[in-house]
Unconditional design. Structure first.
Length: 495
């Protein structure tokens, strides 16, 4: 069978191949005419050197099914797939565009343009995660950008279903080293957090024109991803707002639990970093992997009673060094100390606890009336008892969820309705602190990912933000907690 350039000008079943569009790890992509349906398509054919290998055939089929299942605008639609003369192929829409890798050959992108592209890729990844798929190979070469800057995420050939056994060969890692999360080098379970990490690496490259950790050997690349502090794009490219440093620091956090809860959350933070006020607004919320040189603080231990999934496990010297370099993280880990030095924020503190009532402000010089929204959290009736029994996914919330390294009102979450899943309860707690950075009775809107795509739910109380659910949160007079409602009768109590 012909391969490579030899296919050009020949028939492949009912396809007349007219040009080579590109070559990937498992196959070649051609421009082809579908003579049966009379349309021009992009035709991907598994390489001759792999088509007899059942493992690669399985990966190729996985790509076909994964892309066909994802009805997301930023995933190229699949027309058909199958085999011709024993050679697997994928027939997909032909898109006029260049890879992001090619675009970056001329240098970094303007921050606004970079964010626009990242937002589209994030939407595709969140859709994949909602469908139970993890891409595992997010990189500029797998992002196609049209002349109007509309991005497509391609190459789901090594996507892995959550909980599925990997198809890697002995001694072989799947993915691209320059964008691989630390836990993948340690052969730990793969979660959607690896795609969040890779997307943060891609964002860094868009902003600077360089990969995060340039190295001349695989060993040094691995070491940097495992041990080195995430680089600051504003240092490499002064035209990048400093707020992006915090976005990259959190997106590339060594511990997957410390990253953004979704790719959409990363993209949202990047969008906020574009505005001038984001420099001060984002800084208290996003950690660095090590504190500033002028601030040498010891980190408090995790509060007793925190669920096991929130407590870091230190395995060996390498893991201990990694965790020692990880800074305070809002969403999973947050600082107990609200002092300016520990948050690198402006002199005012944003977190108010019951021990810090409004009237204690030293700048207040005259009495005033305290409104219900200013009554400190923690004062009033406790939240209702937790909902017993398993949720729709079979999970049981035996304990409430809590933030590590931060105590006080609003740092714990409780499942408040039978329709609310344990997974969503945790996500609402993370999203509230990720998006607001403090606890308040004031009405606030948050967006949080659920176990399914919000758009697949027939009715929602407050609507959807892409694949995420919109939740409205507020404290009420006489209650010592915040009530968050939304989704399909979802209720989460923060206390």
């Amino acid at each position: 069978m012909a391969s490579g350039d030899e296919r050009v000008g020949r028939m492949f079943g009912n396809y007349r191949i007219t040009a080579v569009l590109g070559r990937g790890g498992m196959g070649d992509v051609y421009r082809a005419e579908d003579t049966r349906k009379g349309r021009t398509v992009a035709l991907k054919i598994l390489s001759d050197r792999f088509w007899r290998d059942e493992r690669f055939r399985t990966r190729f089929e996985r790509e076909s099914r994964a892309a066909a299942v994802l009805q997301e605008p930023h995933v190229i639609p699949i027309h058909d797939w199958g085999e011709i003369d024993g050679h697997p192929y994928i027939d997909m829409r032909l898109v006029d565009g260049r890879t992001l890798h090619d675009l970056l050959r001329t240098g970094p992108l303007a921050p606004a343009r970079a964010v626009q592209i990242i937002e589209g890729v994030a939407a595709a990844l969140d859709a994949a995660h909602a469908a139970g798929l993890i891409h595992r190979d997010v990189k500029p070469q797998n992002i196609l950008v049209t002349p109007s800057d509309f991005p497509y995420l391609v190459d789901f050939g090594i996507a892995q279903a959550a909980g599925e056994t990997g198809l890697t060969m002995t001694g072989m890692q799947i993915g691209t080293w320059n964008y691989m999360a630390p836990e993948r080098f340690r052969d730990e379970p793969t979660t959607p957090a690896v795609d969040v990490y890779a997307l943060a690496c891609v964002l860094y490259e868009c902003l600077t024109g360089s990969i995060p950790f340039p190295a001349n050997s695989l060993e040094r690349t691995m070491s940097a991803h495992l041990m080195a502090e995430p680089p600051r794009p504003s240092v490499v490219n002064p035209r990048v707002p400093a707020a992006f440093d915090e976005v990259i620091a959190r997106g590339m956090a060594k511990d997957p639990r410390h990253r953004y809860p979704s790719c959409g959350a990363l993209a949202q933070a990047a969008r906020q970093a574009l505005s001038a006020h984001a420099v001060t607004a984002a800084a208290p919320r996003v950690p660095r992997n090590s504190p500033p040189a002028a601030a040498d603080h010891s980190r408090p231990a995790a509060p007793q009673g925190a669920p096991a999934w929130l407590v870091p496990t230190i395995v060996g010297v390498t893991a201990a060094l990694l965790l020692a370099g990880v800074g305070v993280v809002i969403g999973v880990v947050a600082s107990r100390d609200p002092s300016p030095a520990s948050t690198a924020s402006t002199p005012s503190t944003s977190f108010r606890t019951a021990q810090q009532p409004v009237s204690s402000n030293p700048r207040s010089t005259s009495p005033r009336t305290v409104t219900p929204s200013e009554v400190p959290l923690g004062v009033g009736a406790p939240p209702p008892p937790p909902i017993p029994g398993p949720d729709a996914n079979g999970a049981v919330c035996r304990d409430d969820f809590s933030l590590i390294n931060r105590s006080g009102p609003g740092t714990r979450a409780r499942r408040g309705s039978a329709e609310t899943s344990c997974h969503f309860t945790r996500n609402v707690l993370q999203a509230y602190w990720n998006q607001h950075g403090d606890a308040s009775r004031e009405p606030r809107k948050i967006t949080a990912p659920g176990a399914v795509d919000c758009r697949s739910v027939p009715t929602t109380e407050h609507g959807c933000d892409g694949s995420n659910f919109i939740m409205m949160c507020a404290g009420h007079p006489g209650e010592a907690f915040i009530r968050c409602t939304g989704g399909r009768r979802a209720v989460v109590y923060l206390y």
